[in-house]
Ligand binder design. Structure first.
Ligand SMILES: *Cc1c(COP(=O)(O)O)cnc(C)c1O
Length: 380
């Protein structure tokens, strides 16, 4: 099999035998002609399978897990997580990272809890604490590694081992590092899930989600759910994602380089009291992530010394953009307590450190001097 960069660069480029199109065609067809009774081209109806989506799914399956893996593309990251959560039944317990992406927390608490699934939130960077939540009902562990926005790092291998012994699944939201940096299936996880809206797409132009597993029984169930509930990714968005994937390794390398420089710069700034970036040696997850991943990603959170500064910073930035989301080539800044984590109760937020002095950066591919200068001008 070709190496990852080659696989991604040429995704879809050899699909169209008839014309030799180098760019994967976008198949705007909801239905497909049957050659005869009981015969199929492999495509019958686009909810079930569409060629543009299939090529995307095959590329991602190979990128994440090699030949046995299968990937499923959904209309958003939350749609992918929703399809996975539907694998569970009333009475099941799902243990999840406590500083979870706000939308995932909302989906679990406001929807799946109504259907009788029990959710327990724990600091998944503390493996012993995770183990303490493992009752007889535990059916899955859902971890975000690193977590959002504080970038805590869970030990995927140890957690997956402990979960497997209980007969529970390990599900990893790998949105922040991607398969270019962290490979949860190789560490023992059962399912990897992505908001492909972020690094995989990488250009802030598409909302998409991906679920990947190398277990045939789980693939069967997720595939069934994708077709039965129908939250599929459309052909145009599948194509945008395929195009984004081609440059993922390049983008990520540059974003990481910028993030490392910016984290170091912030750590020296007099108005900054705390920097959260796992690439810094003083970050509590640094050593673990060094072993478990091949990079530290490009998300950086930091605290300023006075909450009164926040409004001015968000209004004053000229290069960073005040916007939610992350992972794109454009650098973004957000205020997690109000923007991305508003659905988490205020007392819980405070305990987790998502306070009114915390800002989160998604570092893009711009010139690092422009990024530093931009923050210098607002951090006064
Ligand atoms: C954005 C995000 C999601 C949700 O994905 P959408 O594509 O917005 O539905 C889930 N997990 C993480 C870590 C995210 O950043």
């Amino acid at each position: 099999m070709a190496k990852l960069d080659t696989l991604l660069a040429q995704a879809g480029s050899r699909w169209d035998e008839k014309t030799g199109a180098v760019s994967m065609p976008v198949y705007y067809s909801s239905t497909f002609r049957h050659p005869g009774l009981g015969q199929s081209t492999g495509y019958d109806y686009s909810r079930t399978a569409n060629p543009t989506r299939s090529v995307l799914e095959q590329t991602l399956a190979l990128a994440e897990g090699g030949t046995p893996a299968r990937a499923f593309a959904f209309s958003s990251g939350l749609a992918a997580i929703d399809a996975i959560a539907r694998l569970f039944k009333p009475g099941d317990r799902i243990v999840a990272t406590e500083d979870l992406y706000g939308g995932t927390y909302r989906l679990f608490e406001k929807i799946f809890r109504l259907y009788g699934i029990e959710f327990v939130y724990v600091n998944t960077a503390d493996t012993a604490a995770v183990q303490q939540t493992f009752t007889a009902e535990v059916a899955a562990v859902f971890v975000e590694v690193p977590s959002n926005p504080l970038l805590n790092v869970a030990d995927i291998r140890t957690i997956a081992d402990l979960a497997a012994r209980k007969g529970a699944l390990t599900i990893v939201d790998n949105t922040f590092l991607t398969f270019c940096r962290q490979r949860p299936l190789e560490l023992g996880a059962d399912i990897v899930v992505y908001s492909a809206t972020k690094y995989l797409g990488g250009h802030d132009d598409v909302v998409a989600g991906i679920a990947i597993t190398a277990k045939p029984d789980l693939a069967e169930k997720i595939g069934f759910m994708q077709n039965a509930a129908g939250a599929i990714l459309g052909p145009q968005d599948s194509w945008l994602l395929l195009r984004g994937l081609k440059t993922l390794p390049l983008r990520l390398a540059r974003q990481e380089e910028n993030a490392r420089a910016l984290a170091r710069w912030l750590a020296r700034h007099p108005r900054v009291t705390n920097v959260f970036y796992p690439g810094l040696p003083e970050h509590p997850g640094h050593e673990l992530l060094k072993r478990q991943a091949s990079g530290f990603g490009a998300m950086v959170s930091f605290e300023v010394d006075d909450p009164e500064m926040i409004k001015g910073i968000l209004a004053g930035v000229q290069v960073f953009m005040f916007a939610e989301s992350l992972g794109g080539v454009e650098s973004l800044i957000t205020f997690p307590a109000v923007q991305t984590h508003a659905d988490i109760a205020p007392d819980v937020r405070e305990r987790l450190g998502i306070n009114n002095r915390l800002l989160r950066l998604s570092v893009g591919i711009e010139d690092i001097d422009d990024l530093c200068r931009d923050l210098e001008e607002v951090l006064t």
